[in-house]
Design a protein around this ligand. Structure first.
Ligand code: SF4
Length: 364
């Protein structure tokens, strides 16, 4: 990541003065859970992440981390070097030691803090930390190659990354508090922050066609993130530019393959102060929550040309896509021509199982 082109501002416009803080209760999942998208999705919302036993185990483990996000700060500060560069490197090394796949640091913009929390019964969120440390966990390339995009492993892929990144974030936040600085972990069952702007500012990706998603040049969209917010002084990273705005404008593969038709084929729009491709949250949530032929959906992750293994060949193509604009159309064409984005049944390792009324059965 440190070799990528750095820029002063993200490659998509952000008008900070126009951004209204987001109420977590207005997310697609929250709305499905309260019945805004109909009775069937309201009912399915209660089971869609629990109907496969591996996903259920991961979700349950994630919930055990819910109360581990914050705690007491040591009364005396540890004797640390007075050097924010050193401290940023140390925090990143610590996160990598804890098995993070990628880490970035930015200042925490106040607009990235939720106005109200869904998990805390609509409580107003007060969070004034200065910095945000973003931690990415890969959902696993081999599984991403094997699955067809929306089958029985999809939800487990998400929650493996949500739970692992949450585990790392809780430990990192605790460590920082023991050093004498306030710190709070934010993960899938206890976010107080909106993740995409933090990933943009921390130099971990660019906005992509999928919608409110930041895409990383080496993981594609095949990751989930947790965040630690803190006042520990650290040098921050800069946003990156790897040509994704141009690439997504030529590609469209996620829009073409999305089973719910929720991804736009058109141009970017301005929404709540952010420049982004529009996404139909009701259709996307309906597919993920209501999928009755699998558990959730990750088709956009699967088919994206940036979802590739780390081989010499793919590294070379990745370099060309980042540096040579005229090669991008060829790259998009080649991705289809060589059949990337199709499931590879030889790599399938999981069991197709569905829980119904407390009993596991093979789905029809
Ligand atoms: Fe962008 Fe293509 Fe990936 Fe969609 S599939 S996010 S258009 S690169």
């Amino acid at each position: 990541m440190h070799t990528l082109k750095k820029v002063d501002r993200p490659t998509t416009r952000i008008y900070e003065d126009q951004i209204q803080r987001v109420d977590e209760r207005e997310s697609g999942f929250s709305r499905a859970g309260r019945g805004d998208f109909g009775r069937r999705l309201k009912k399915e919302y209660l089971r869609f992440t629990l109907k496969h036993p591996l996903s259920k185990a991961l979700v349950q483990m994630g919930f055990t981390l819910r109360d581990g996000v914050d705690g007491e700060v040591a009364q005396q500060k540890a004797p640390l070097p007075d050097d924010p560069n050193w401290m940023a490197e140390h925090i990143k090394e610590t996160a990598y030691f804890l098995r993070a796949d990628m880490v970035g640091i930015c200042e925490l913009p106040s607009y990235a803090v939720y106005s109200h929390s869904n998990w805390e019964n609509g409580k107003r969120v007060e969070l004034n930390h200065k910095y945000a440390i973003a931690i990415l966990i890969d959902q696993d390339i081999h599984t991403a190659q094997a699955f067809h995009g929306h089958d029985w492993i999809s939800s487990s892929m998400s929650f493996m990354s949500y739970t692992s990144s949450g585990f790392i974030a809780c430990i990192l936040a605790d460590y920082i508090r023991q050093l004498g600085y306030p710190a709070r972990a934010h993960h899938a069952t206890n976010y107080q922050i909106v993740v995409p702007p933090i990933l943009l500012l921390a130099g971990l990706g660019e906005m992509c066609r999928i919608g409110d998603i930041v895409l990383n040049p080496f993981l594609g969209a095949r990751f989930k993130a947790a965040v630690v917010t803190t006042d520990l002084p650290m040098t921050v990273d800069k946003p990156i530019d790897f040509g994704l705005q141009d690439f997504c404008s030529k590609c469209n593969k996620c829009a073409r393959e999305c089973p719910s038709g929720s991804i736009s084929h058109g141009d970017k729009i301005m929404h709540n102060g952010y420049e982004k491709w529009p996404n139909d949250a009701e259709k996307c949530t309906g597919m993920r929550v209501g999928n009755n032929k699998g558990a959730s959906c990750g088709m956009c992750i699967k088919v994206c040309p940036w979802n590739k293994p780390d081989t010499v060949f793919h590294r070379s193509v990745n370099w060309a896509m980042r540096h040579i604009p005229i090669a991008r159309r060829l790259g998009v064409w080649g991705d289809d021509f060589f059949g990337y984005g199709k499931p590879d049944p030889k790599r399938k390792w999981w069991l197709d199982l569905e829980e119904r009324r407390g009993v596991l059965r093979i789905p029809e």
